[in-house]
Unconditional design. Structure first.
Length: 120
């Protein structure tokens, strides 16, 4: 067996493991949004919710998006900050139909902060 063959097998295995991990869906605890209150700091939010799947900025506002990839729809929680304090926290769902049939990790399908700000 050649030296290059000995190195190739572990390298291929490492690449395959990396591909499998990259395809795992995001599974954040979006239901914890109920624990948040207006006026909370980013530090308090991150202690409760963890790190966001996506962060977005629009003018004076910042939005942290959390999500859980689902079978027919994805669940989202968005926390909107102004001057570093929570001003809104809302849940929403996005179905496969709303994504135009697109599949993939929920972090690809977050709504912009401007749309999230208008959620009922």
């Amino acid at each position: 067996m050649h030296f290059s063959s000995v190195l190739a097998i572990p390298l291929i295995a490492l690449i395959l493991v990396g591909c499998i991990r990259a395809q795992q869906p995001t599974r954040q605890a979006v239901e914890k949004i109920a624990m948040l209150n207006s006026g909370m700091s980013k530090e308090n939010v991150s202690r409760i919710m963890g790190l966001p799947a996506r962060t977005e900025f629009a003018g004076q506002k910042e939005a942290w998006h959390f999500c859980r990839t689902g079978e027919g729809s994805d669940e989202f929680a968005v926390v909107i900050f102004s001057e570093g304090k929570v001003v809104a926290a809302k849940n929403y769902n996005v179905s496969i139909a709303q994504n135009g049939g697109a599949l993939g990790d929920c972090s690809k399908f977050v709504r912009s902060v401007l749309q999230a700000d208008k959620l009922e």
